[in-house]
Design a protein around this ligand. Structure first.
Ligand code: NAD
Length: 374
């Protein structure tokens, strides 16, 4: 892999990526994080975003992220709950004509104020709405996981391609300086080849009543779909490689909960270079870290995958980067992609690849941990 114009000191990297704006990531590697710094044109007006689904993440993270955003602004909402409309109209000064429900959503095609549709619905509703948004002529951001199957995710990627619309998956960590350092150190082989990655992302939610814990048709699976996917991403972008094979074992310890879905999953991923990742994700425990062991040393993040407060270490030193609003950074990068017609870092293909890995992991878990090739 080659990194033209890549700054070779950590200080230079902080200087260049700490701002995150005005720099494009165009890569040709299997998992490009950045290999060509290029000046980008900034949008001359903020792009209008419509949020689809006004639950926890849209309300408490994306909407505030839009307030902090340099190139995007909240212009519309799509909700199935009329009682939410008044509050959002008042809070974000939204015109009534920019309020949609799930039935009349397709009329958004006629609304010039909306450039981007951001899907924040339960997992199994993602691909259908991505397709509807692309057909309405809008660029699309889709929350993770992409959907609940390879088939549906692939259909959404195809629809965006066909309509000539850009698609981003809400992998906010890819726009965070700590994760970018994880990518840089691993992919540049600063500490030699990566041999072992350990990662965990778990929280105690198993007794919850949200669709995540109760409704397999909407969630598609347990913690693997929801938070384990961050560890899959971490292992992929630390190595810059795609796994050749995976294996998984699932566990349920709380009787009558997580109906048909795993409560805990332990899994491994084997990469072409020989690196292996050992990962745990659970709704009945608490963990949030990634540790990378390479031939010449180790580094990692912990906490790793939260909205803020990430901390990192490398060879016993503490990493230090300026904190960013991840949602604003993610949406601003997408706005620059739209303005400059540049490749999206957290692309639809990226999300589709995670769906392939997730399907292979569930296949392995259903076969008592048999190794499944990708
Ligand atoms: P949530 O349950 O709080 O919100 C879901 C929204 O969808 C609600 O407004 C609900 O009214 C609406 N909805 C529409 N049809 C529904 C149906 N049939 N059943 C249930 N709800 C329905 O969930 P959330 O935590 O906001 O998660 C939404 C999506 O965002 C998920 O895909 C999740 O993985 C993703 N998410 C991403 C992050 C991140 O850090 N990137 C964080 C949290 C959630």
């Amino acid at each position: 892999m080659k990194y033209p114009n890549f700054p070779n000191t950590r200080r230079a990297f902080i200087k260049n990526t700490g701002i995150g704006i005005g720099i494009s990531a165009i890569g040709t590697s299997a998992y490009p994080y950045t290999n060509l710094f290029q000046k980008e044109v900034q949008p001359n007006k903020k792009l209008g975003v419509a949020l689809v689904g006004l639950g926890y993440y849209a309300t408490h993270k994306i909407a505030p992220g839009l307030v902090a955003s340099e190139y995007c602004t909240l212009k519309g909402i799509v909700t199935g709950t009329p009682s939410k409309e008044k509050e959002w109209i008042a809070k974000y000064s939204l015109p009534k004509k920019n309020i949609y429900n799930y039935d009349n959503f397709d009329k958004i095609a006629e609304n010039d104020e909306i450039d981007i549709v951001y899907i924040v619905l339960p997992n199994a509703m993602h691909a259908d709405f991505v397709i509807r948004a692309a057909k309405a002529g809008k660029h699309v951001i889709c929350e993770k996981p992409f959907d609940i199957s390879v088939k549906k995710a692939a259909a959404a990627v195809d629809a965006c391609k066909k309509e000539g619309r850009l698609l981003q998956i809400g992998y906010r960590c890819q726009y965070d300086p700590y994760h970018q350092e994880l990518m840089r150190v691993g992919q540049s082989k600063e500490l030699g080849s990566i041999k072992v990655i350990r990662s965990g992302h778990s929280f105690f939610g198993v007794r919850g009543s949200n669709w995540r814990y109760t409704d397999k048709a909407l969630a598609g699976g347990g913690p693997l779909m929801d938070v384990g996917v961050y560890c899959i991403q971490g292992a992929r972008y630390a190595t810059g490689e795609e796994p050749l094979a995976v294996s998984a074992t699932a566990y349920n310890t709380y009787p009558n909960l997580m109906d048909g879905m795993e409560e805990t999953i332990l899994f491994s991923m084997e990469f072409p270079s020989g690196a292996v990742a050992n990962i745990a994700s659970s709704y009945a425990a608490r963990a949030n870290f990634i540790d990378v062991s390479a031939e010449k040393g180790s580094y990692g993040l912990g906490p790793a995958y939260g909205y803020d407060g990430a901390q990192g270490y490398i060879q016993g030193d503490k990493m230090s980067f300026q904190a960013k609003n991840q949602q604003a950074a993610q949406m601003d990068a997408f706005a620059l992609n739209i303005q400059n017609n540049t490749p999206v870092k957290a692309s639809g293909e990226d999300g589709l690849q995670d769906m392939r890995i997730i399907e292979a992991l569930y296949k392995s878990a259903s076969q008592n941990g048999t190794r499944v090739k990708l």
